[in-house]
Write a protein that binds this ligand. Structure first.
Ligand code: NDP
Length: 264
């Protein structure tokens, strides 16, 4: 199926590993030009090169901290120079947290607020003008099932992802008149390298193999009884960014193997 993404220009924050990398590779597979942004310079540049090698499309790896406004502006300048602009923006960079409300500091809260919420406001300010000039565009934000069904050990993550969900709705209402569609994707358990790292550390304490540890988490939480792969999740981004998803505006899509316990 031709999704009409050939030649589109896409920026994906956190595109050097995990879900973001799978999304970038899926866009490249469809013939889009991709820019991936992440802090680790070596990794982001190596993955951009691998995308070009594998799919023959232009790919740019930018070393940047998306929680810093001046680094978003620097990326915008570099993108304008190299690609001329952006049609599709994927706000995906994010991280889990571990704290209680009572033991967390203001600094903890503000750092994750900048990463999950302000980065989305700031990338919109940076890239929406290009979409407007081109007659439209798409913005996809990666939230989490935790935006509506919190995990007990990460209140800062839960709260900032909930805010991102509302931000997506507000942006959708504001930008649809410019033919820019904004939607949110909320994954459940997605088996990224980071999960393997966590499993490697925690499984030993429980006398399990990493695979047994991960199977246990999937079994406890998801009716489907397994993690998603990043590649499975990436297909939803491709669909929503394409004309096939043209009537989706301001929605939140759970991709969670049945983990969400409500119908809302
Ligand atoms: P990973 O930890 O695998 O990858 C995170 C990516 O974001 C990396 O490319 C990382 O690169 C980049 N990144 C992190 N912080 C910054 C920053 N300050 N500035 C720029 N880039 C940054 O994450 P996942 O693929 O697991 O998650 C992607 C998104 O999906 C996140 O928003 C996460 O909350 C969400 N999600 C993930 C789920 C899962 O089970 N995996 C479930 C639900 C939601 P670098 O470190 O080099 O900066």
């Amino acid at each position: 199926m031709d999704l009409g993404l050939k030649g589109k220009q896409v920026f994906i924050s956190g595109g050097s590993i995990g879900i973001g990398l799978a999304v970038a590779r899926a866009f490249a597979r469809e013939g889009a030009e991709v820019v991936i942004g992440a802090r680790n310079k070596e990794r982001v540049q190596a993955e951009a090169k691998r995308i070009t090698d594998d799919y023959g499309v232009k790919a740019l790896g930018i070393s940047m901290d998306v929680s810093k406004s001046e680094q978003i502006e620097a990326a915008r300048v570099e993108i304008e120079k190299s690609l001329g602009g952006i049609d599709i923006l994927v706000n995906n960079a994010g991280t889990g947290t571990e704290e209680t409300v009572m033991n967390s500091t203001d600094e903890n809260w503000y750092a994750v607020w900048d990463l999950h919420v302000m980065s989305t406001v700031r990338t919109a300010r940076a890239f929406v003008p290009y979409m407007e000039k081109r007659g439209g565009g798409v913005i996809l934000n990666t939230a989490s099932i935790c935006a509506t069904q919190p995990l007990w050990y990460e209140p800062i993550y839960n709260t900032t992802k909930a805010a991102l969900l509302m931000l997506g709705k507000c942006m959708a209402n504001e930008l649809i008149s410019k033919n820019i569609r904004v939607n949110t994707i909320s994954p459940g358990l997605v088996l990224t390298p980071d999960w393997w790292k966590t499993a490697g550390i925690l499984s030993e304490k429980e006398g399990k193999t990493p695979q047994e540890y991960l199977d246990g988490i999937a079994h406890t939480n998801t009716p489907i009884d397994r993690f998603a792969s990043p590649e499975e999740i990436a297909e939803y981004y491709i669909f929503l960014a394409s004309e096939k998803g043209s009537y989706s505006v301001g929605s939140n899509y759970y991709i969670d193997g049945g983990w969400l316990n409500t119908i809302a």
